[in-house]
Each structure stands twice: as C-alpha cells, then as structure tokens.
Design a protein around this ligand. Sequence first.
Ligand SMILES: Nc1nc2c(ncn2[C@@H]2O[C@H](COP(=O)(O)OP(=O)(O)OP(=O)(O)O)[C@@H](O)[C@H]2O)c(=O)[nH]1
Ligand SMILES: [Mg+2]
Length: 248
Amino acid sequence: MPIELRDLRAKFNINKCDKTKIIALAGNPNTGKSTVFNALTGLRQHTGNWPGKTVLQSTGQFSIRNKEYLLVDLPGIYSLSPHSLDELVARDFICFAKPDVTVIVMDASSLARNLKLALQIMEITSSVIICLNLIDEAKRKKIKIDVRRLSEELGVPVIPTIARTGKGIKELKNELYKIADEERVLKPYLVNYDADIEAQINSIIKKIDVNLVTSLINPRWLALKSLDNDLSIKEGIKYYLNIDSGVY
Ligand SMILES: Nc1nc2c(ncn2[C@@H]2O[C@H](COP(=O)(O)OP(=O)(O)OP(=O)(O)O)[C@@H](O)[C@H]2O)c(=O)[nH]1
Ligand SMILES: [Mg+2]
C-alpha cells in the first residue's frame, strides 16, 4: 500500500488537512529563525515536543491570499549529520515529512558558515527559499552581498530580511506563495564531488530500489548517505516508510 503523505506527517504531530501547506524553518543557531517565525505567525502559535523526543516543537499558522500555511520551527543546527537529537529531528522532518517549502534562515554576516547547512538541505529537497537575515548586522560589518548573484548561483530565491524590524517579511511571503501555491519548480545548485565519488554515487543509485524508495527520497542524497556510512537513515526509512531500502 502506498504511503500517504498525511500519515508520514502525522508521525511528526503535523495533522493538518490536505489544503494547508507545510513550511519548515531551518537554519544555524541564532540566525533569527524564531524572530522570522513570530513575524510570520504572530499569535497563532502552538508549542509542544517532537513525538518521543525532548526537543521543543513550535508550529504556527498564517495565511497568504486566503491560502493556509503551517510553519514548523526546526531546531537550530550546523549540519544535517545526525550527531545530535536536534540534527536528527531537523533531518528527519525535511526528509520524511516532506515540507512543501523549506525556508533556510541564514546569517548574512556569516555567509560561508551558513552555506554549509544550506547546501546540505538542498541535497534533500529542491523546494527551498533562503531568508538572508541579519542584513543590518552584515551592513554594520561592512559586508556587501550581491543577492541576485547569490540567488542565481544557488538556483533558489534569496530574500534579504531584517526580521527584528519586519523588513523583507512581505517579500518572503510573496516568494512562499509562488513556490508553495503556484508550484514553481526550482533547480538548486548541487555540490559536484570528485570524479571517483560521483562514480560511486552513480553505482549506488543503480542499486537503489527504484519503485520503493526513489519516489519518496531523493536517490542521490540516499547514495551520499550510504557513502557516509550513515546508518541512521536506514533506521529512518524503516521507521517512517516501513520499507527496507536495500542499499545498506
Ligand atoms: N540586528 C538584528 N537582530 C536580529 C535579527 N533577527 C533576529 N535578531 C535577533 O537575534 C537574536 C536571535 O534571534 P532568534 O530569533 O532567537 O534566533 P534563532 O535562530 O531562533 O535562535 P535559536 O533558536 O537559538 O537557534 C535575537 O536577539 C533577535 O532579536 C535581524 O535581522 N537583525
Ligand atoms: Mg529559535
């Protein structure tokens, strides 16, 4: 029996009807995620724990042009390798709950460090918007960012914001609408690894059970995790999708 998206999302305590789009908010710690979350959702918030975990889950609702959105604030993390509970929660949500859009909140004054996580997220999902926050801090540090070029290079929208004052939030909403509701398809930049690694990725992709896994998880990303020897993804596939991925 095919796995329904609503059943997958229910495993994360996300029980919204099909019409509500699910938006994840991801990013490094202290980049302004909660400030963006508050700016978007105002008072329509709910907090609890991630199912079975002692990690705080905040969700909030908002609407754009009469369309409903549920925003999920993910824990602040530096990478998606599951070394901590926070990283595991964020990775599993992006991978298995399949948010309609993932907004990556980045610190504009620390672009290089923040890009690491952004590139990892873009390997799992192509539905990404970058919220380039703390633009005022970057300016104070005399850092100039060519936003249009960054967006072209990454292949995803980049919206500069100062979440503390609400600057850019309207533009962020416009972009969310375009991607979630008009279903604009993006083609994010993917890291190209050394030739021998790329060859190994391709040979693993060939072994992945196409019918079972590839419609649910990006096969390239799965191959990368296999090369990383990341066994936690195997557990995730078994737990959330109830299938044996066969690659590991
Ligand atoms: N100057 C400036 N400060 C900001 C901006 N956005 C958020 N802040 C401040 O940055 C601090 C951290 O913001 P949070 O929203 O708590 O950041 P966070 O990413 O949720 O942090 P964690 O949940 O701990 O990872 C707060 O003091 C905010 O007021 C901004 O655009 N400019
Ligand atoms: Mg926060």
